[in-house]
Design a protein around this ligand. Structure first.
Ligand code: ZN
Length: 356
């Protein structure tokens, strides 16, 4: 089938207004993300990336579905953005720096805090640059990813930190999680290919890792959304997005049971790239540059939707994380800049001083 035919078939199901037969709406619409007191500082970060999810659904929902309003479709992401900060809906957009809007360069931009000049597609080799995670104490860092190639964006020295990427990629201290790892390893790759691990296994491992190990930085890289989108399966994409939304709520709820650790943890949620106008593709199309950023918890102030005055880039996330975690600023000329809306006022001032 031609791509456009697949797309029309997918959208047709959605456009049926009220008669959508999928199970996209089966998850509860009551958010698990609920208000909690702002902490004096952020000591820990949970970064959740949801591969290739468009701003259109994040800010606008899914139109004709019975649960299509954004607060019903994505109750947890919506609540996180209302109780914390939403960037990219109003004012200037959030974008990947490109020039190609594909996953590995996008993830490298997020983790290094610099535009991905040396890596322009998904076939780049191991990192030669350091990332934010190369600088944190090794026992404090974990990366748990559905797509195996996320390992090539996590850190220059993978042996130093804990990484589970795809069904078989493993580095670091994971012995205590062998049952969950084995379940993922024995799963079919679908909706992905090769060594891809479906999100449900990535999520189960991430929840358990967070609960047991209390990392200072946990990156959970989900990917089912992009896989379904490439298949032209809009319903599958929405299902995967709703599961990711539920996962964000579960992480928020879990942090609420973890005392001071949970109270001082900020959740950041973003995507590596957007989608082309045809929904199925991304990469060359300039509109697939546009993404979004939601954050809440820890010291992030409840500001809701921010109208950014100038374009925010994926490379600004690592400098923001550095400021939040009280790490030294990246002195490189091409480093991004901390996003003021994510930082308590004192840290905004400090981040400016550090760069001067
Ligand atoms: Zn893709």
């Amino acid at each position: 089938m031609q791509r456009w035919m697949i797309l029309l078939a997918g959208l047709g199901a959605c456009a049926a207004g009220g008669h959508f037969q999928g199970d996209v709406c089966r998850l509860p619409s009551v958010p698990l993300v609920k208000a909690r007191a702002q902490a004096a500082r952020t000591r820990n970060l949970v970064l959740i990336t949801v591969d290739g999810v468009r701003w259109q659904e994040i800010f606008g929902g899914a139109g004709a579905l019975p649960c299509g309003a954004v607060e019903e479709l994505l109750p947890n992401l919506h609540a996180l953005g209302e109780l914390g900060v939403t960037i990219g809906d109003r004012g200037a957009p959030v974008v990947s720096s490109g020039p190609k809007f594909v996953s590995l360069p996008g993830y490298r931009e997020i983790m290094t805090g610099r535009a991905s000049a040396a890596c322009l597609d998904n076939d780049c080799g191991p990192l030669t640059d350091t990332t934010l995670l190369d600088e944190l104490p090794p026992d404090d860092v974990a990366v748990i990813a559905s797509w195996e190639r996320v390992a090539r964006a996590a850190a220059r020295d993978l042996g130093r930190i804990t990484v589970s990427a795809g069904r078989h990629g493993r580095w670091g201290r994971l012995q205590a999680f062998s049952q969950l790892l084995d379940e993922g390893a024995h799963s079919p790759a679908r909706p992905g290919y090769a060594d891809y691990r479906p999100d449900r296994h990535t999520m189960a491992l991430a929840r358990e890792y967070l609960r047991k190990r209390r990392p200072r930085f946990l990156w959970v890289a989900l990917g089912d959304t992009d896989e379904y989108a490439h298949r032209g399966d809009y319903r599958g994409y929405l299902d995967a997005l709703r599961s990711a939304d539920r996962f964000v709520g579960e992480i928020w709820q879990l942090l609420g049971t973890m005392g001071a650790y949970g109270a001082e943890t900020t959740i950041l949620v973003t995507a590596d790239h957007g989608r082309a106008a045809d929904f199925v593709a991304h990469g060359e199309a300039p509109e697939s540059a546009r993404v979004w950023l939601l954050a809440g918890g820890g010291a992030v102030e409840p500001r809701g939707a921010i109208a950014a005055e100038s374009t925010v880039h994926l490379r600004d996330i690592a400098p923001s994380a550095r400021a939040l975690l009280d790490l030294p600023a990246d002195p490189s000329e091409d480093a991004g800049v901390p996003i003021a809306a994510l930082l308590p006022p004192l840290l905004v001032t400090q981040a400016r001083v550090d760069r001067n």
